[in-house]
Design a protein around this ligand. Structure first.
Ligand code: 2P0
Length: 325
């Protein structure tokens, strides 16, 4: 008999980015990365392995999923079934707790919650390291969502040694604003964008080499709680990542004109004495790392510039949690 199990996992934003795979099947990255887990953006996923089912089913926010979305879930379920030595099909229900229309649905929290709930539901008792390894097989960034605070994904070189470790609980007043830039653009997923970049961009080798150095510098800055250095390193990592895509064939970019405007606005805030730094992922939204003591003042300026409905805030989030009962 199998029990239904439910897990909450928080999303994370990389301060030093993951961009490019050394191994696509096992999702081994070209470089280590380092992220901040966020409290206000998360996924809750329940899994029940049920002998009465003749196929896997996956509901996302109450809607039955098919195609590539179902396939990604089944990939993780298959790995869990293999480890637990079972063949039973499963029903997966996932809810994304992301403010509506934010365009921030994240594979990191979704795949971390799935890996944890599916492994528990199959009767596996994985430790956090093995959970991180399993989540990684679903989506690289999900390996980091096992832990709260500041987290490093050690790239390793194979399935056994590529996993995340907690670096610092970050309980010293960090926060992140999101500037939502909602225009529809032709979407290049992270997965295909990084593949195209690795295969065709001449900048990718320098990216991988300098990023491993950046992770070490970021860890030093974190150990010293040197917020300014953390912010500057974060901005450089995002800028370098987005530079690699411009070197790809065909060149592409996730930046919209509004993204550039937001970046320049953040940098102008620094000229006015605010300690805030931007980052961007595989989409046009801009994220701003701040210290909580400047939350109100920076929030007001961002809302005045971009409109209150375009600004979200989160403080630092916790480890993955079993919320079955
Ligand atoms: C990151 N991103 O470090 C980087 C920065 C997006 C830009 O990790 O192919 O969805 O599933 O391993 O994890 C998003 O990539 O890609 C991501 P897969 P994933 O957060």
């Amino acid at each position: 008999m199998f029990e239904k199990r439910k897990v909450r996992a928080h999303t994370n934003i990389a301060l030093i980015k993951y961009w490019g795979k050394a191994d696509e099947e096992y999702i081994i990255p070209l470089n280590s990365s380092l992220s901040l887990t966020l409290n206000d953006l998360y996924a809750e996923t329940s899994v029940l392995f049920d002998p009465a089912l003749d196929q896997d089913t996956f509901y996302l926010d109450g809607e039955k999923q098919n195609g590539s979305s179902l396939k990604k879930v089944q990939h993780v379920l298959d790995l869990v079934r293999q480890q637990a030595d079972i063949e039973v099909k499963a029903r997966v229900d996932s809810q994304n707790f992301v403010p509506t229309a934010a365009g921030l649905a994240s594979s990191a929290s979704g795949m971390a919650a799935l890996a944890a709930s599916a492994s528990l539901a199959a009767g596996l008792d994985l430790d956090k390291k093995d959970l991180s390894r399993l989540a990684r097989r679903g989506s690289g960034s999900a390996s980091r969502s096992i832990y709260g605070g500041l987290v490093q994904w050690q790239k390793g070189s194979n399935d056994a040694d590529s996993y995340a470790i907690p670096i610092d609980p970050a309980d010293w007043g960090l926060g992140m604003y999101f500037i939502l830039i909602n225009k529809e653009q032709k979407k290049v997923s992270s997965r295909s964008g990084m593949k195209q970049t690795v295969e065709t961009s001449p900048y990718i080798e320098e990216w991988a080499r300098t990023t491993d150095e950046d992770v070490e510098k970021m860890k030093e800055a974190i150990a010293q709680r040197d917020f300014t250095q953390m912010g500057l390193l974060m901005e450089r990592s995002a800028s370098k990542m987005h530079a690699t895509t411009l070197g790809a064939i065909e060149p592409f970019t996730y930046l919209l004109p509004e993204s550039l405007h937001a970046i320049q606005f953040v940098q102008a805030l620094r000229q006015k004495g605010f300690d805030c730094y931007f980052t961007m992922d595989a989409g046009p939204n801009v994220k701003v790392l701040i210290k909580e003591e400047q939350k109100a003042a920076i929030g007001q300026l961002l809302q005045e510039e971009f409109g209150p409905d375009k600004i979200l805030y989160s403080d630092v989030g916790p480890d993955i949690q079993d919320i079955t009962n």
